[in-house]
Design a protein around this ligand. Structure first.
Ligand code: MSP
Length: 504
């Protein structure tokens, strides 16, 4: 079974920040987990380069939009490797192949009778690149997201006949209750649909920075339709000489932030229906990372810099913190203080200590050899069906819940150390077999939690599995006694408390 996961494509009007890192990390956890299952995975991210947000930002800097796009796309392209994220392709909406695909698909939408000429008049937010209904506007005609005063637009456009998809979309939501998750977001999208869909502009007349409309060169496509199509277009040219569309489409998961729900949960399926293209399987909507209660974004100027965290603690720590501290799918506050607390109390004290104690005792008492193959049944029972539980959560994009399941077992292993007190058993030579069983159980337990933690903590998990001499990452090998540790080697502290930056 192929698995195809996407992030939103990021606007190049500003540099990457923690909000962007968040979705990319989440998508990477899903991609890695599905690779552990032996599935063929395609993980897409990239940049959204057209439209007003980019044109305006370039204008403010006195440069051409393409120059700003090139400059910032390079920074977004560098982001996944910095996060330990393993995207298979990086799409830019200025790629000529993407532009050609946009023109082809949207011409088909027109040929199918869903495009007409009209005049748009209403409120518009240039930062959202979005037209606002009267009911969505804050006091003083302000954008509810960016808090800026909206502009009144009157423009001749081509319209997309969104209203024609009212019933088909209601049917979609009735038939596929897992099309949008979490449930609250499904309800939100459905009530938007039920409130009555109005046709929306498909093109912009006043703007030149966009994909030209093939049937009218005075227009460019409205940036959202151009952008949404990235998920589809990328497959046709991501792998040179190969078209992955048949293999990978429809997408398994689009991961998005809650601010772009309507585009993905309403416009996108309607557009695909209009073009006669199969719909994605799931849209999962995560919440906002908040700082001091406000959405974190460059334009609001309250950014916690992911690069500083990575420089000091490494990308694993950032990945773990974001998916552990903020339940995936909900809003949550982030701060340096709560990051440091999680790092120290969980990564260093729980996982780090479990690893160093287990490996340390095996080296001390058994010269690094794991002699016991028998697993203590009292512990085995607490690990029963763990890989299946983790997989079931990740199937629903419940990334925090999946991590919690594994973490409960990390804690269980630490309790096992305390209960068994191997250092006491080691003092009584006649209990050698018991010591072998305890140490063997610990080694095998540690191996399995590490395999399951790999999507979240890839670099640390690989180091640890290397020290355990058990490099197999497959999910099939993540159950107790589906693999085996035979000999351990020494390992340096996985999560040093005094980070190198402090010590130097
Ligand atoms: N270009 C559009 C997406 C087009 S997808 C076809 C866009 N870009 S964006 O750069 O503004 O935002 C991309 C994603 O980052 C959105 O899903 C947004 O929710 C997410 N985040 C931006 N700030 C965020 C937080 N503070 N917290 C979590 N994610 C947020 O929208």
């Amino acid at each position: 079974m192929p698995f195809y996961v996407t992030t939103p494509i990021y606007y190049v009007n500003a540099a990457p920040h923690l909000g962007h890192a968040y979705t990319t990390i989440a998508a990477d956890v899903m991609a890695r987990h599905h690779r552990q299952r032996g599935e063929e995975v395609f993980f897409l991210t990239g940049t959204d380069e057209h439209g007003e947000p980019v044109a305006d930002a370039a204008h403010a800097l006195g440069i051409e939009p393409q120059e700003l796009a090139d400059r910032n796309a390079a920074r977004f392209r560098a982001l996944p490797p910095q996060l330990g994220a393993t995207n298979d392709f990086f799409i830019r909406t200025t790629d000529p192949q993407h532009e050609a695909c946009v023109q082809e698909v949207l011409s088909r939408v027109r040929d199918n009778g869903y495009v007409y000429e009209g005049t748009y008049e209403g409120w518009y937010c240039p930062r959202c690149a979005d037209f606002k209904a009267d009911s969505e506007i804050d006091e003083g005609n302000r954008c509810p997201i960016h808090h800026i005063v909206l502009t009144r637009e009157r423009e001749d456009n081509y319209f997309f006949r969104l209203s024609a998809f009212q019933q088909p979309l209601e049917r979609l939501y009735a038939e596929r209750e897992d099309f949008v998750a979490p449930r609250g977001r499904y309800n939100e999208a459905l009530s938007f649909i039920r409130s009555g869909l109005r046709d929306v502009p498909l093109t912009r007349h006043k703007l030149t920075w966009g994909v030209p409309v093939p049937w009218d060169h005075e227009h460019v496509f409205y940036v959202w339709f151009d952008a949404l199509l990235n998920y589809y277009s990328a497959l046709s040219y991501a792998r040179p000489g190969e078209d992955l569309t048949d293999l990978m489409w429809p997408a398994s998961y689009h991961l998005i932030g809650k601010d772009i729900l309507r585009f993905h949960a309403v416009y996108w399926p309607a557009l695909l229906m209009a073009a006669g293209i199969e719909l994605p399987e799931h849209v999962f909507v995560h919440g906002f990372l908040l700082m001091e209660g406000e959405k974190m974004s460059k334009s609001l100027g309250n950014v916690l810099d992911p690069f500083e965290v990575i420089d000091r603690y490494g990308s694993d720590a950032l990945r773990f913190y974001l998916l552990r501290d903020v339940p995936f799918g909900q809003d949550g506050s982030v701060s340096t203080a709560s990051f440091e607390l999680r790092y120290e109390s969980e990564l260093a004290n729980e996982l780090g200590n479990l690893a160093s104690r287990t490996i340390g005792m095996l080296n001390r008492y058994r010269g690094g050899e794991v002699l016991g193959a028998e697993i203590d049944p009292s512990l085995a029972e607490d690990f029963y069906l763990l890989p299946e539980q983790v997989a079931a959560h990740i199937d629903r994009a419940e990334l925090t819940a999946a991590l919690e399941q594994v973490w409960l077992r990390v804690r269980r292993l630490n309790r096992y150390v305390e209960e068994q007190a191997p250092w006491r058993i080691a003092k009584e030579p006649e209990r050698a077999q018991e010591l072998d069983r305890v140490l063997g159980t610990l080694a095998e337990g540690l191996r399995t939690v590490t395999v399951l933690l790999w999507p979240y903590l890839p670099a640390s998990a690989e180091r640890l599995l290397d020290a355990l001499g058990a490099p197999d990452l497959s999910l099939a090998g993540a159950g107790l006694q589906t693999g085996r540790v035979r000999r351990v080697s020494a390992i340096e502290s996985l999560f040093p408390k005094d980070s190198p930056a402090d010590g130097s």
